[in-house]
Design a protein around this ligand. Sequence first.
Ligand code: HEM
Length: 546
Amino acid sequence: MLGLVSNSPGLAASDALKAAIPIGIGLASAAYLTMKAVAGDGFGSDKSIPIASLRAGDSTHDKEYYEDQDAFIDRCQSENGDVFGIYLMNKNQIVVSGPMVREVFMNEDFSAGDSIDELTSMRSYFRSMTKSNADLDNRTIHELVRDNITPYLPRYTARIVLQLEKNLDIEMAKYEATCRKEDGRILVEKPITILQEMVANAMATVFVGPEIAKDRHVIETFIHAAADFGKVLGSGEARRHSAWKSFLRRTEHRIMNPLHKHIRVLVDASTPVVLERRRLEKEAEAQGRVYERPDDILQKLLDSFDKYHFVDLEDVCGHLMILILASVHTTTDTSTNLLFYLAAYPQYIQTLYEEQKEVLDQIQKEREAQRLELLAKGEPIGDDLDPSEDRFLTAAAIKRMAHMDSFVREVFRNRIDRLTLGHKARKDITLSNGMVISKGVTAIINMKSAHQSPSQGEDVTEFRPWRFVGKSKAATKAAADFLPFGMGKHACPGRFLAIQELKTIGVLMLSRYSMLEIQDPSKTTKILRSRIGTPTISGLIFTERK
Ligand code: HEM
């Protein structure tokens, strides 16, 4: 979900605002504007919450924040403590830091959905894509992932890995043919295009099954839906619209939702397949056989049609579309970013490569031992112990790669926006320090306070990829010290799939390439700290493993 919102760069909102504010504001008028912001709208009535001062010449906090997020937060926190007001992204918000972060995530009267909707009117789009489950706080989308993807992940893994591998080879072959440099070095100017193909194909094979995923239109939908959506979501100005304009905008969304054409693609591609599945099921029933159900999310949703109150196939595809929006772009973006981290820190590649060899060696030995034991007992060796599969990247193998897991977690820790995941108060809420966040006000999370707290270990401002090895801190563990997936009841249910894909992509890349280099090293810092959804601004050079 995050990616959808972040598609709209934060600066665009401040740019829009800048246009409305006279240039050349001095210290005095800046102070006036701060006061106006406080009194005018949104901070609420609790005067004990301090408002961060504005830098001389600034009319909002956007510029200072985006110039150096860490320095901005350090200044504000040292001047105001853990809870303070800021004017960012066209909006008055209360920054919540440290131990109180947990209180925001765990209190159901704070709503991340309300906050995103205020910025983007996203819900009106979603409502126009589905025919059921219109209730604001409906948990269906969460449950679809929790109940139909996560528990079956080990079963889906073989298909996901195969698809990632296949598309990596197809895409790299294109570059090898046209962009091969000397010494086995291959320049890829837009690495995200490789990851788009890999992730879209892997997600499609699980979401709609291999047959429907063969349809190129379906893959294009998986790749482009989030970007098309991002274009119409806007950058936050919607919130400033009058009630009348907001109404018009919502009506427009219902009629001109660009995602309707993507839903049509899914419906058209899946209709014949679903009909054929029905026919085969009936045939099996008539012959007294057990129908072997296809193993994909579409089938699982059809099997639970009544449970989820679906209306028809179009409705099912609308729900699938929301899952696509939540999953494909976020995973594509973060896996592309992972490659840039591998390129920026080449000194860690050998350890990661050795780890994958060691894990696969170990699994091969264990399977050999199991086969020998069965032989010794005179028992048959099943297909599950087929020696040709000894070195497959199974879910269990990927799970054992502790260094890769720690690397991925550290990438998230390092990259994350320092202020994000706003939650809007649905009523006046008193924090444990006695401060009250008023109804309608957004509490925004100080990620720096969570991700750079002393509990993270040494050198918290540095990238230390083995920070979490040997600790019980898996990259999937959503908690107060790791918040890229949120935490609590609404924590991203797709994180298990996302992390598994990210680790697999890292493993596959390093099994084929011994080194990655950033084509334009001057962009390194900017890329490593880029927001989810921002375009990659440099190519990557891949060196083939000999
Ligand atoms: C790297 C990839 C991903 C990132 C960074 C990410 C991040 C997030 C975040 C921050 C939230 C909001 C959590 C909160 O409100 O506390 C969220 C919610 C959600 N995500 Fe993800 N996500 C990713 C991948 C996925 C995938 C692969 C799926 C589906 C297969 C998915 C499905 C969802 C859903 C359904 C929600 C809404 C949960 C709710 O409101 O209860 N996400 N995600």
